[in-house]
Design a binder for this molecule. Structure first.
Ligand code: FES
Length: 110
């Protein structure tokens, strides 16, 4: 398990991520996507598990889902569960917004 910290405070990291704007973030060797909805941050693999399209170019709907730009498959941002389409679930990572910034945990092996 690897932990990464973004920003220096709660306000700082909220300002770094405009609401519902998907950002590409490199954590060590791993590239992930991060999106903020209110005070909840979602972190996920930047590549779609279907055919590998970049989810950084995806969009967020009103149901906390990310929609792949290539074939419009939909994944739950919180759990990574596939909601529409036919492929494996999206890998998601645990986030924790603290007074020191945003903590992101990558699973071992990432
Ligand atoms: S590559 Fe993402 S839905 Fe096909």
């Amino acid at each position: 398990m690897k932990k990464f910290q973004l920003g220096q405070s709660r306000e700082n990291v909220i300002n770094l991520f405009p609401e519902k704007a998907i950002r590409r973030v490199k954590l060590g060797e791993k590239e992930i996507g991060i999106v903020r909805i209110g005070e909840i941050f979602f972190a996920f693999d930047s590549l779609c598990p279907h055919r590998g399209a970049s989810l950084i170019q995806g969009s967020i709907n009103g149901y906390e889902e990310i929609i792949c730009p290539l074939h419009q498959y939909r994944f739950d941002l919180k759990t990574g569960a596939l909601h529409s389409g036919s492929c494996s679930d999206l890998e998601v990572y645990q986030t924790n917004l603290t007074d020191e910034g945003l903590i992101i945990q990558l699973n071992s092996g990432n």
